[in-house]
Design a protein around this ligand. Sequence first.
Ligand code: ADE
Length: 221
Amino acid sequence: MIIDILTLFPNMFENFLNESIIKRAISNNFVKINIHNIRDYSEYNNKQVDDTPYGGGSGMVLMCDPIFKAVEALKKDDTKVIMMTPQGYKYNQTKAYELSKLKHIIIICGHYEGFDERILSIVDLELSIGDYVLTGGEIPSMVVTDSVVRLIDGVINKDSHLNDSFNDKLLDYPTYTKPRVYKGMEVPEVLLSGHHANITKWRNEERIKKTKEKRPDLMEG
Ligand code: ADE
């Protein structure tokens, strides 16, 4: 899979690409992640990329041309173009699975003060990572990239995401490690029993209990 990310702040991605599972997925060739500075595609004076909004209002708006040029340069036949914006469809694990099956995605990081609406004419999917507003689409693009890359076949052990929260509309079960007792808090007895059927049953019950308490909306859909 190839992920091309268009951003005004390429430095924000340095640590993200050079740590942990993402780093390993890149070096093992499961994914190629390219960071592109939108400014490099500007043909305006001083590499301009934004301008004041028509109709007035505060802030600067991301211009069409640098984005159109970048997408034209990078797009192939099977590319999905994604725009990160708080106005997008809400991102979730199901979307992450869908995206993890694709060959090539371009992710455009929206600008904190908005972008020219005509950019959407070359976008296949607008995504929001939640009902809050960040200063730009960079962190949201990392959220999407991280959640997609870990689902690419071979990147992590399949068992590790089989029981992920959300896979079957339930949150994940609680886990514990050593020591058995910490500050008076004990690991549930069943986990020490070695009785696999009972452990599975307990975990399923805990998933349902947790979900009912914290995210009943997941069970309704
Ligand atoms: N840009 C700013 N806030 C965002 C959000 N919640 N989701 C996606 N992109 C964003």
